[in-house]
Write a protein that binds this ligand. Structure first.
Ligand SMILES: [Zn+2]
Length: 197
């Protein structure tokens, strides 16, 4: 139906998150229809990103410089280290604009099922970093899933004797959330984490 070049484009696009084969075909069609305004600029942007974007050797963030802009910024509070699953988690924290510390990106979560162990996530390096630098508090911001919390508990255990404060994000009622729309686990967590009014 289509030439091998377009077929290859569809195949690659369908590997992107949120794009199934049908939406990949629509995206490929849109790209070739808008050759000058979309296809060529996008291919140039991707080629440039492929050359210039690298992984920060300190925290695991993506940037064009290493160490990344966050690690290199002297205004960031070196006493606070926030542990996130991936760069999407780091971006989410940065969007709030209210965290001024630094990060450690794990690049995954512990999973016996998928064969992901502590060495795959660089946890020994994280413990070294937390103990051998100015870090005073490690904030565990892994997801509120079984694997996220297993990973957080494992890191907390490893840091237990290292003389740093270990904290985790609170789990509970989201801003604007109505109790009736929440699952039982969220309500239970919110009740346990209640605070003085
Ligand atoms: Zn960094």
């Amino acid at each position: 139906m289509v030439g091998p070049e377009i077929e290859r484009l569809i195949q690659l696009l369908s590997r992107l998150p949120g794009l199934g084969p049908r939406s990949a075909r629509r995206a490929a069609l849109r790209l070739v229809e808008r050759r000058d305004t979309l296809l060529i600029p996008l291919s140039e942007a991707m080629a440039e990103a492929a050359v210039r974007v690298k992984t920060c050797s300190v925290c695991g963030n993506f940037d064009t410089i290493d160490p990344c802009a966050i690690c290199a910024d002297p205004r960031r509070d070196a006493a606070l280290l926030c542990v996130v699953e991936d760069v999407a988690g780091l971006w989410a924290m940065e969007r709030t604009g209210c965290f001024r510390g630094r990060y450690a990106v794990l690049g995954g979560l512990l999973s016996a099922l998928d064969g992901v162990g502590p060495e795959d996530l660089g946890i020994a390096r994280l413990v070294d970093r937390a103990t051998s630098s100015e870090v005073a508090e490690v904030i565990l911001a892994t997801p509120a899933t079984v694997e996220g919390q297993t990973t957080a508990h494992y890191i907390a255990d490893r840091l237990a004797l290292c003389g740093v404060t270990v904290s985790g994000l609170a789990h509970g009622v989201p801003v604007g959330g109505e109790l009736d729309h929440l699952d039982d686990g969220t309500i239970t967590a919110a009740l346990r984490a209640r605070r003085a009014f």
